[in-house]
Design a protein. Structure first.
Ligand SMILES: Cc1cc2nc3c(=O)[nH]c(=O)nc-3n(C[C@H](O)[C@H](O)[C@H](O)COP(=O)(O)OP(=O)(O)OC[C@H]3O[C@@H](n4cnc5c(N)ncnc54)[C@H](O)[C@@H]3O)c2cc1C
Ligand SMILES: Cc1cc2nc3c(=O)[nH]c(=O)nc-3n(C[C@H](O)[C@H](O)[C@H](O)COP(=O)(O)OP(=O)(O)OC[C@H]3O[C@@H](n4cnc5c(N)ncnc54)[C@H](O)[C@@H]3O)c2cc1C
Ligand SMILES: Cc1cc2nc3c(=O)[nH]c(=O)nc-3n(C[C@H](O)[C@H](O)[C@H](O)COP(=O)(O)O)c2cc1C
Ligand SMILES: Cc1cc2nc3c(=O)[nH]c(=O)nc-3n(C[C@H](O)[C@H](O)[C@H](O)COP(=O)(O)O)c2cc1C
Ligand code: FES
Ligand code: FES
Lengths: 257, 300, 300, 257
């Protein structure tokens, strides 16, 4: 896909507690198409220690309103600065980057399993499923209810199943333990997942054991985001592959898990 | 305004090139800029045989810089010639291959193969990669080894030969003079500074290889110093790099003695940086009343 | 919680010291922090005779760092002993003098004088200053010279002797082993990396000396790597420095093998940084369940 | 003088064109005393390339309102960020630093000669003179009228004589050529000056030739600002002296001009 280097303007901002922000970006011209699983590289140029760009998933692309939505969790200086963006700020982005989740077949039962801020790429895939006439089953896990702040967005699109480690919302435990997955083993045709590495590995294992097609979106550290530095590799059955161009989405059967 | 420069027999339409390992095979940038505007571009480090490179993690961000430990991942020269070289012929600029080896024999075999490629007008002999166990940097930090590999390659490679120097040495000018003596047509510097990052919370190194190569804005003062030292010591042209993040940085290198520059890590942060650097150099010459970029080379 | 460390016979109440040339004579900080909380502090580079230092400009800011070319400006050891030493006795911490010379004889005469000072429990032998023409760094980049000066000073200096190493070398571990062999009780590293800044608009070097010493956050990756290499190579304690800007940086050095650290350029940016580093180290040990800071030394 | 490391809050901001800003800073507690000629070291921590603090002169200290005023000209990234400070922002400063202009004797005729942003330390000295009953004669020079934006502040305090290189305000030419100085040679007892190096040297030469006591405030590049790095030296009759502690104010007869 053709890449663009664009200055986008913050047009919407929603903060929950002090850790999560949802930012809407727009442009005078029509934003390029982007697909679920793809990401953008954000230039954070007003922080002293963010030398490199920061990769952030496409949370949603509202074609009608011409708004790109990013959902950001504050973990360090770069994401802190993004949290502090105000409506009107202009931010340089390289986009769209990476491959995408593969398209489901009509009639499939699809589980979208997200952990923590890994829920980000799930929403947009869910929206596409819904457009196809497939009900997205979102299985969302986090440490605590306060880490699942955009849950209403998901409820508007599909069925939502929640686990939290402290039982503050939904079932207590890890996503993989959710009754929807454990009881539905035999019905589920496809799982897409994103989240912390141990979580995705657990999901991958579950899928393999139950013969379910499973795609995971990896979040390896990146220097460039577009395939030129070879820093973001993951071992696969065919050797090292770049997460930024061969991924971020991989079929778990190809991964060296 | 003349921007043409000559790097030991290699004609560049302007002094702006890219640094190997930071520009892929060029194609990745084609959506965003016109590659043909460059003086040349250096493709990924290439070896005789396929290399998987080092394990992940290979990267750590540092203050105004980054460490990498890619370890020359590439599919080997045969794959390059078969799959990539044909596509690169379309570009109307100098496509230069960065040549790497673990032994003198490997370097020689590789450079022999590259010598036959009509559309590769020059090579950069990398004797300074800090990210491979055998060979690599060890050639670049020992004048005897540097001499040996340059001499051997010179015998089989008949086009302009640029040798890339390691900054991890006590006296870089000495190494430069050594490779000049063995027939190098130009030298390029600096490769990355050997560094390390520690994850305090996990109490372990960040990189799988413990140490890695430092690049980016942070290294610019060291790179400028070395370019200045080398340019005074040798008669062949010097290609400068290390932390170029804008046109002014590039001009500093030229003033310090570089006839051309390479943009490296800066390509990650702004994929169109080379074009900005090129335009900035032209603008600078104009503003300061120079009608030939060669006139500002080594003014300091 | 034990924070006490021993640097080759020198007892420190905690591993936090300051780097010579960045902490004046300590007094300048007394308004802002309690000097007695430090493990020790290093005063300005001192020479046998008065030195005017280099001409202005002596400083250039660089990405995440700075270059300096002070050139050991100081009034000489006699002045130090008469005018400054008496005032320094009030502090309940280790006051260490950074000793410099241009010849072995100068080093020896200086260290003999310092040996007699009851309240100076140790010296740091600086064989790595890049900012003086004669001597200075040249001792630190040549193993033979390093051996010679260490040996000569060892004969006249009978208290803990710390030798400060230059990073501008191909193999710093070799130099460390050499000075260890000649009787150094500890090594400290890194001194500044030789660098350069260019004023493109004026087309001249920024510093009066053209090149200068790079310090600050930018050099941390190189410093960490060298501390790690040296700590593996020698048995004497290693004192780490180079770009420490917060407690986490200091902990990285300790994990890489430093028994103590020195805060340098960071003092300019936050004059209370040493205290923050000290408190951060204590907090880190607590959080990670270590009741002795010595237990995290060299965990990597 | 005792130094303080304080977090001050921006309470007032006045911008003229896009090059000059006057910022008022306050603190919950009483600000320390500061004298004319002294400066502060500002920590600009939201710019990627401002590693060191930035020295800025005390423009005024309003003891009643507990406000420290700084007058800043945008020349690079650090001063650009200062220009962008908003009321409410908190800024860390080390203060007060440096020596001060020496106190004039009652009855002296004093000329305060400032060039460009070097006018900054002149105002506060003028205010002190006025308190002493001495009329301050401000001779202010700049490239153009738009570089003398706080001239009204000076007019409230004393007599103001202006030169601009483009003749857009006052007499055309350099400060040193102003008729007030050239015609008043024999009357003036004391000159204090701050501005670009060539201007101060010209003023110093003028003072020497006419036997006038002259103090200049130097603006050497600084790394620390409080005497510990020895980077800011100027050659004097007694060898290298630190501009940040032995200065910034020097009697020109002691300088190696
Ligand atoms: C393809 C991709 C998509 C992503 N999508 C999102 C998203 O939609 N929303 C979101 O909030 N974050 C997302 N991330 C993670 C995000 O890029 C990092 O959190 C961010 O780069 C951290 O920058 P920082 O300056 O705030 O933290 P830093 O100061 O750089 O680091 C703080 C901590 O976070 C860790 N960290 C840094 N980068 C990453 C990374 N890439 N992955 C995991 N941990 C990291 C560091 O090791 C460190 O422990 C994505 C990452 C990738 C690779
Ligand atoms: C004692 C003292 C008092 C000062 N008072 C004021 C004041 O009241 N108002 C004000 O606006 N400025 C004042 N300055 C100058 C101010 O410190 C510099 O303009 C500022 O540090 C530049 O920072 P920057 O990041 O914007 O520019 P940089 O990006 O650091 O530099 C931009 C350009 O300005 C030059 N420059 C940098 N520092 C200085 C300096 N110290 N002197 C002269 N040129 C410099 C650089 O060489 C470069 O050409 C004072 C300086 C000193 C030493
Ligand atoms: C990710 C990465 C990979 C690199 N790979 C190579 C390589 O294969 N061969 C080589 O000679 N240099 C390699 N380098 C070094 C650069 O070409 C360049 O010498 C160095 O990065 C300094 O320039 P910079 O600061 O502009 O990046 C690599 C650098 C980076 C950051
Ligand atoms: C302005 C300045 C002056 C210095 N003077 C000395 C000196 O006199 N003797 C010495 O051994 N090191 C000197 N150094 C080096 C520091 O002690 C230290 O080794 C170096 O700055 C790296 O640490 P840092 O990055 O924390 O500053 C000086 C450094 C600076 C910045
Ligand atoms: S991040 Fe550079 S290749 Fe993937
Ligand atoms: S700026 Fe450091 S001594 Fe003056």
């Amino acid at each position: 896909m053709k890449k663009f280097l664009l200055d986008l303007k913050v047009v919407e901002k929603q903060c929950w507690n002090d850790k999560y922000v949802l930012l809407g970006f727009s442009h005078d011209e029509k934003l390029p198409s982007m697909f679920p699983g793809q990401f953008v590289e954000v230039r954070v140029d007003n922080a002293p220690n963010t030398f490199l760009r920061r990769p952030i998933s496409v949370y949603n692309l509202d074609v009608e309103k011409n708004i790109l939505w990013l959902y950001v969790q504050v973990v360090g200086e770069g994401t802190r600065k993004m949290y502090e963006y105000e409506v009107g700020d202009v931010v340089n982005m390289l986009l769209p980057l990476g491959n995408q989740f593969s398209v489901a077949q009509t009639g499939e039962k699809v589980a979208l399993v997200g952990g923590g801020v890994g829920v980000a790429p799930m929403l947009y895939y869910g929206i596409k499923l819904k457009e196809q006439g497939i009900i997205p089953h979102f299985v969302l896990g986090a440490r605590s209810a306060k880490d699942l702040v955009t849950i209403e967005d998901f409820k508007k699109v599909g069925e939502v199943y929640v686990t939290t480690e402290d039982a503050s919302l939904g079932e207590k435990g890890y996503v993989i333990d959710h009754s929807f997955l454990q009881n539905g083993k035999n019905d589920i045709d496809r799982i897409v997942t994103c989240g912390p590495d141990p979580m995705m590995r657990a999901v991958g294992k579950f899928a393999k054991e139950n013969g379910i097609l499973c795609e995971a979106s990896l979040e390896n550290h990146m220097a460039c985001g577009f395939g030129v530095c070879l820093c973001c590799v993951t071992p696969t059955t065919e050797g090292h592959k770049c997460v930024c161009t061969d991924g971020p989405v991989f079929n778990v059967k190809d991964l060296d898990w | 305004m003349n921007l043409k420069v000559n790097i030991g027999g290699l004609e560049l339409k302007n002094p702006v090139m890219t640094a190997s390992g930071t520009f892929g095979y060029g194609e990745e940038f084609a959506d965003l800029m016109d590659l043909n505007r460059l003086g040349g571009f250096l493709v990924k480090g290439t070896t005789l045989k396929h290399r998987e490179g080092n394990s992940y993690p290979r990267m750590a961000e540092t203050p105004s810089g980054m460490l990498n430990a890619v370890g020359l991942q590439n599919k080997g020269v045969d794959y390059f010639i078969k799959e990539i070289y044909p596509r690169l012929q379309q570009y109307d600029t100098n496509v230069i291959v960065n040549a790497n080896g673990s032994t003198v024999e490997e370097y020689v075999a590789l450079c022999e193969a590259l010598n036959d490629l009509e559309h590769i007008p020059a090579i950069e002999l990398n004797i300074s990669c800090p990210n491979v166990k055998a060979g690599g940097m060890s050639f670049g930090v020992d004048p005897k080894m540097a001499a040996k590999v340059t001499k051997a390659v010179r015998e089989v490679y008949h086009k302009p030969l640029m040798v890339k120097l390691s900054p991890n040495v006590t006296d870089i000018a000495e190494i430069a003079k050594t490779v000049e003596g063995e027939g190098a047509d130009s030298v390029s510097l600096i490769n990355t500074l050997l560094g390390m990052a520690v994850d305090a919370e996990k109490r372990q190194p960040v990189l799988s290889t413990i140490t890695g190569g430092l690049s980016g804005a942070a290294v610019k003062p060291v790179a400028l110093r070395m370019v200045w030292q080398v340019a005074k010591a040798v008669k062949i042209p010097v290609v400068g790099m290390g932390g170029i993040m804008n046109a002014q940085d590039a001009i500093e290198f030229i003033l310090a003695g570089a006839t051309a520059v390479q943009v490296g890590t800066g390509n990650f942060i702004d994929p169109t940086l080379t074009i900005k650097v090129l335009e900035g150099i032209e603008d600078y010459c104009q503003r300061h009343g120079f009608d030939d970029v060669n006139d500002i080379v080594g003014l300091i």
